[in-house]
Design a protein around this ligand. Structure first.
Ligand SMILES: Cc1ncc(COP(=O)(O)O)c(C=O)c1O
Length: 370
């Protein structure tokens, strides 16, 4: 049996979306009302529902502040494209989701990686972040909760990042695709709710919380209380015309999904993720040479490799290849996230598969020990 630790929660069938989500799409399709082209920025009822759900007294939103995108990936692409010109630079997290680098690179935008500190629950090294800023810095991007770290920033830390943006007058892109997916004792805070000055493009979508990554529904929230993003808003509207928005019936399902899926659904998903995380953590922490960094949310666990422990494993990529070949277990090497010396595991497989996979990783490490 091959156990693949990739970031799609639907692979094993144990994480299923709520039946109301499916009903909402079924109703939209059966109505025959959504077979035409949607407006390129998105259907107004979907945008209204999203604005209502994410509006906060400190960060009010209307439908005009929402731009639909083809998944959160589409939102990432539009946000980077609209804020950064060729030759400018963008600050990205290390370790971080590799798409940011790919999108920026494809637009000839220079990427500068700021360090996340494993020993501080993966908080950003603010001094390092600041040292990377110059007059060509077009945006700072954060991802909270994080892929690959499984971390969740405190309000205090988010405010420190916002202070930096404020001081240097740099807009923020806040990738919140794992919004509200946090474990016991953790509180998720959307970055835009903590500032009245820093302009923020908040990115999210249905993929993770509603467990439908294949539906490709994402969005951008334009948080701009002082009208400094006027051109950016026009730019996003213009960019949206390139592909004419995501699938219309799926957009049409959003109001029902937000109104009728009970809050208990996400609590159950989070509990299941947390239970899985604790199983992986306790099993792998027993293995010499591995050091699990306790996750606080999202769907991932980062594990540090103590390479001196092993006789014949030279890097995280070597660990990845040998593990896959010898044990049929696929993890991702940290080098995929610009963070060598680690591996990333996904905590969505069913518990029996997680136990098989962690046992095989333990056997693998034992076999390769010095
Ligand atoms: C941090 C982060 N941002 C964005 C995305 C892309 O989301 P989507 O599947 O909606 O395109 C992912 C997907 O794994 C992700 O982990």
């Amino acid at each position: 049996m091959f156990v693949e630790f990739i970031g799609d929660p639907t692979v094993f069938g144990n994480f299923k979306t709520h039946p109301v989500v499916v009903e909402a799409v079924e109703e939209a399709i059966r109505s025959y009302a959504f077979n035409g082209y949607p407006p390129s920025v998105g259907k107004s009822r979907a945008r209204e529902a999203i604005a209502k759900k994410y509006s906060h007294p400190q960060a009010p939103l209307t439908a005009d502040d929402v731009v639909m995108a083809s998944g959160c990936s589409g939102a990432v692409e539009m946000a980077i494209s609209v804020l950064c010109n060729e030759g400018q630079n963008i600050l990205l997290p290390r370790p971080g989701f590799c798409l940011y680098n790919t999108v920026a690179g494809s637009r000839n935008v220079e990427t500068r990686l700021y360090n996340l500190l494993a020993e501080k629950n993966w908080e950003a090294d603010i001094d390092h972040m600041e040292s990377l800023i110059d007059q060509n810095t077009a945006a700072i991007l954060i991802n909270n909760p994080s892929n690959p770290c499984g971390s969740n920033f405190t309000k205090t830390h988010l405010k420190a990042i916002l202070d930096l943006c404020e001081r240097h007058k740099i807009p923020l892109i806040s990738d919140e695709i794992y919004a509200d997916m946090v474990f016991s004792g953790q509180v998720f805070t959307s970055t835009a709710t903590l500032t009245s000055t820093v302009p923020i493009l908040t990115l999210s979508g249905l993929a993770k919380q509603w467990l439908v990554p294949g539906w490709r529904i994402g969005w951008i929230l334009i948080n701009d209380r002082n009208n400094v993003f006027e051109n950016v808003r026009h730019g996003l509207f213009a960019l949206s015309t390139l592909i004419n928005g995501p699938c219309a019936p799926l957009q049409a399902a959003i109001p029902k999904i937000f109104a009728e899926v009970p809050d208990t659904y996400l609590l159950t998903v989070n509990k299941q993720l947390e239970t899985n995380a604790r199983i992986v953590e306790s099993e792998l922490n027993k293995v010499a040479g591995l050091d699990v960094i306790t996750p606080q949310g999202a769907m991932y666990i980062m594990v540090k490799l103590n390479l001196e422990t092993f006789a014949d494993i030279s890097s995280d990529a070597d660990f990845y290849h040998k593990l896959k070949w010898e044990e049929s277990v696929e993890v991702l090497p940290g080098e995929c996230f610009a963070y060598p010396g680690t591996i990333r595991l996904v905590i969505t497989p069913p518990q029996d598969k997680l136990r098989i996979a962690t046992a095989r990783i333990a056997a693998f490490c034992e076999r390769h020990r010095k």
